[in-house]
Design a protein around this ligand. Structure first.
Ligand code: GLC
Length: 549
């Protein structure tokens, strides 16, 4: 583990979705000892840090994003001692560890919410949440027309007639961030985990904590569940007041020295709005989802890269690249859409009836990792993308667990297809995930994509990721240097990275349907696929080059 305070500016961070990583106690669900047992794999892969999704006590109404106690571990995942061992083992392996913090809402089983229900209207216990009287005869209509991101009204009525706000599932009541007690509680939760040695926090829905206190109607339905339209004047997404909260959090984390960090999950409508979260006295980093949503075309990718770099540079922060996570369709499948079926802003989800070419998607995903790891800034890898996993689009209805499936009246299948437990071995009841079945069934074809099958296999996706991560470490110009665009054939991207000492690396990506020639006087040292007979870059292929023959 490097001792640099600035490690996070160009770190590669691996996302572990704890339920689907490794199960050591035959519960069908992954656990903290499972992560500990796989730390050598993560170290050898070549990442710098690991972000672990929520492992706190939870009724699992939303896969653990409904937290009943922020200072403990759910028995399904292990114990607090397991969490402490995970942190110290990760450090011993040279890896930093980032935990997930869910401040917008608690579980309805959190002690605060139970007390709020018991205490009744007007009580201090209720003022930790957002309770309101209803409208219409007898207050039988919700206080506003706001919709939950998971479908249906964002308000739920309780037996005494009041309504409470839940921007997500009804089991996830929103906290009232106007209440100083809530602010203080989260400062203490930060300290609880910082005292245990964590290196940072990923902040869940960081853009939703502050609500317009006049509680206006939105006046229209959100266009799509899970893809809300955000804007600075929206009554709950990305309001300017949210930034006060993060200034307070920054003061807390800075008490622990300069090398602990925040990364915000904030789906906002522009890179400019995102940059507000990473101003010098706020959060260190924020996922740049504009890149994730850019479709596979040079003329779409390049302006997104430029605006993300420029907006974060203006506030002195690095850009944070990410292509997949536990909330979106895996990018190998998004890039499999045939023709230009993604709208200009891209889509996070691929519907089951969209025509797909999975080979094309995989070729593009291989090229995309070389593009991503050649860009300045930090990058995230979502578990299984290093194996080339596709979204599982044909999960049987009866296994689906994402609350979106029920809340949308079975119109949206939700996010389970990117959460299928990952394959470690070529055989075994759940391909090495655990000793029993996995909580979501794995496709039989995943045997051939397992870590065991791909390790040492020439040309495998896993070996491509390993080589790229190793070379990124060895080539200082790739992590922290500047980016300069070079002239490139239409449909391709070509840029140079320099480290300020004269060392240069070039990255070429062919996003077009025809081969393009590579710059003369350079030698390819890593490519995402075979080059053409005359050394040209095939469609959907990327290469790293350096000067020389
Ligand atoms: C974030 C999480 C997602 C969760 C939601 C509500 O978007 O990534 O998985 O459902 O917040 O907590």
């Amino acid at each position: 583990m490097s001792g640099s305070d600035d490690w996070w500016r160009d770190a590669v961070i691996y996302q572990v979705y704890v339920r689907s990583f490794a199960d050591t106690d035959a519960t069908s669900v992954g656990d903290l000892p499972g992560i500990r047992s796989r730390l050598p794999y993560l170290r050898d892969l070549g990442v710098d840090a690991v972000w672990v999704t929520p492992f706190y006590p939870s009724p699992m109404a939303d896969g653990g994003y409904d937290v009943a106690n922020y200072r403990d571990v759910d028995p399904l995942f292990g114990t607090l001692a397991d969490a402490e061992s995970l942190i110290s083992d990760a450090h011993d392996a040279g890896l930093r560890l980032i935990v997930d913090l869910v401040p917008n809402h608690t579980s309805d089983q959190h002690a605060w919410f139970r007390a709020a229900l018991a205490a009744g209207p007007g009580s201090p216990e209720r003022s930790r949440y957002i309770f309101r009287a209803g409208r219409g005869p007898g207050g039988g209509d919700p206080p506003t027309d706001w919709q939950s991101a998971f479908g249906g009204s964002a308000w739920q009525r309780v037996p005494d007639g009041e309504w409470y706000l839940h921007l997500f599932a009804p089991e996830q009541p929103d906290l009232n961030w106007e209440n100083p007690e809530v602010i203080e509680e989260f400062h203490e939760v930060l300290r609880f985990w910082l005292d245990r040695g964590v290196d940072g926090f990923r902040i869940d829905v960081a853009n939703a904590l502050k609500k317009d206190q006049s509680f206006p109607d939105l006046g229209h339905a959100e266009e799509s569940l899970l893809e809300p339209v955000e804007g600075p004047h929206h009554p709950f997404w990305d309001r300017d007041e949210v930034h006060e909260i993060y200034r307070g959090w920054r003061r807390v984390i800075d008490e622990y020295g300069g090398d602990r960090i925040f990364v915000a999950e904030a789906w906002v409508h522009s890179p400019e709005r995102l940059a507000c979260y990473v101003r010098p006295d706020e959060l260190h980093t924020a996922f740049n989802f504009a890149f994730l949503q850019a479709s596979w075309a040079a003329e779409r990718m390049r302006p997104v890269i430029d605006s993300c770099l420029a907006t974060t540079a203006a506030v002195g922060a690095p850009t944070t690249w990410v292509l997949s996570n536990h909330d979106v369709t895996r990018h190998a499948t998004r890039y499999a859409r045939l023709g230009d079926t993604a709208p200009p802003g891209g889509e996070r989800h691929v519907e089951p009836d969209v025509p797909l070419d999975l080979e094309q998607g995989l070729r593009r995903a291989r090229a995309a990792v070389l593009l991503t790891l050649a860009l300045p800034g930090s990058a995230y890898i979502y578990q299984g993308e290093e194996l080339g996993l596709h979204e599982v689009l044909d999960l049987p209805d009866e296994v689906l667990q994402d609350p979106v499936w029920e809340r949308s009246g079975h119109k949206e299948r939700g996010r389970d297809g990117c959460r299928v437990p990952i394959p470690w071995t070529v055989d075994g009841p759940s391909l090495g995930f655990g000793d029993g079945a996995a909580w979501l069934p794995q496709p039989a074809s995943w045997s051939g994509l397992s870590v065991q099958a791909q390790t040492g296999a020439e040309g495998s996706v896993l070996e491509l990721y390993r080589a790229a991560l190793r070379l990124r470490r060895e080539q200082p110009a790739l992590g922290s240097g500047a980016l300069r665009w070079l002239d490139s054939p239409e449909g391709a991207l070509l840029f140079e990275r320099t480290d300020g000492r004269g060392a240069a690396t070039l990255c070429a990506v062919n996003l077009s349907a025809t081969p393009v020639s590579l710059p003369p006087g350079h030698r390819v040292f890593l490519a995402s696929g075979p080059l053409g007979p005359a050394g040209e870059l095939a469609p959907d292929t990327a290469a790293w080059l350096r000067p020389g023959q």
